[in-house]
Design a binder for this molecule. Sequence first.
Ligand code: PEP
Ligand code: MN
Length: 524
Amino acid sequence: MSTKDWSPSSWREKPIAQDVIYQDKAHLEKVLTKLRRLPPLVSPVEIDRLRSQLADVATGKAFLLQGGDCAELFDDCSSDPIEHKLSLILLMSLIILHGSRLPVVRIARIAGQYAKPRSKPTEMVKVEKKEILSFRGDNVNGYDKADRNPDPERLLGAYFHSTATLNYIRTLLLSGFANLHKPLDWSFSHVRSPEIHKAFSAVIESLQDSLDFMKVATGAVGGGERGGMETVDLFTSHEALLLEYEEALTRSDQGSTARSFSPPSSKTSTPAVSRSVSQIRVGTTSETYPHSPVRPPKSPKLTESIQNSFSDLRLENHAKKAEKWYNTSAHFIWIGDRTRQLDGAHVEYFRGIANPIGIKTGPSMKPEEIVRILNIVNPDRIPGKVTLIGRYGADKVDQFLPAHIDAVKATDHVVVWQCDAMHGNTKSSTTDPSLKTRHFVDVITEITKSMAIHREKGTILGGVHLELTGEVNEEGYSVTECIGGSMELEDKDLSFNYRTHCDPRLNFEQGLDVAFLLADHLRS
Ligand code: PEP
Ligand code: MN
């Protein structure tokens, strides 16, 4: 990777959009010092695995399902909400897998999706008629109007809530939560629609049949990879907005913490030679000198020949493995629509990390700008490294997506084309204009139009990006934030269980509706 003049902190020299201003700089520095010491949340091995799965998505060999909250809240870091979110993504992925016969790569907006960009830095409090700072997400300030000053301590809160969330997800998956023999238990009982129950039971029965057959036919027991019986891969993601936080969790694959997590180099066939020059151990030499492996032997000739082979090794090691930097706060991070300026801090930070990354693209993105940004963040043209997350809106996708596809097709970049069918489709509720909503029909229209445009251009819509949640209230009712779907929610129903502090999310049933429609479209 060509990361000339790049370091995890080089973004600090660039203009930054959506910056958070902390009053107490010493407090911020203390928090960042602590964050730099804390262990990574995810490992380079996992991150590289996702990158290679996304290369399959880019070439049409897998489908990408990415979804979760607009903004996670620290208060939602609790077993029930996490289980409900996980259930919905797993159920949707099974439905898509069944319909499309493609492996599904699952990325959740979870375990770190706290920071929010805002269209205005302040908002008006009507009653008191005064401007206060906007809510920027739980890792910056509080939703409570009296708690809007950015507090650096919240960055540590973000780390520990991400850790607890991720730990619970890993625990659930390792304990058989994704076992295909269980899906009907996955918080499905509250779904009241008999049609969805029937359709879903048919999917599960058919999948169980094929998997049981495969198990008998191949003698396979379980399997941890995509679509396996016992467990599945689930990756985490968030918008990397607060660069101080992201920098503190950026680790070298040659640093002491990351070393034990690093993937073995594909070319290195000598396991006795470690990657770091300071740690060279060669075969049996360490047995001869257990406490001082590099003590020089007595014979000058032998010394010379060993020294030569050491320097050959050093050269070879350097040639083989350039240092890589991983953002270890999530497997996948993306740049938002408001922070993707070519000469800005966010693009600077993203160009140096080895993670697969997303870039939001929308009506305000010029086709030539996409090419320039791709050249900056992926100079080595790694397939699947970049996911272009289109968020045009159902009524604008025809106007803007074709030129974006043409611009990328004219290059040698192999990208994942993903449809974010939410952010171009936000509207105000007609019954309560203070509530934001989205219409199910717009979400589906943007996805199906995107698929058709790609088909016409000879490219592939590799995946979808959705804001959704499986959360329910105390009585077991799903959230009511988006209009339509098989539950036929109407504008007047929105206030019944409207819970989001940010953008409106598809609920459990609406998520399954999207999955069934996707399965149909991908099959045809
Ligand atoms: C988001 O994904 O929550 C978001 C803010 O999107 P965008 O940057 O596309 O507006
Ligand atoms: Mn959002």
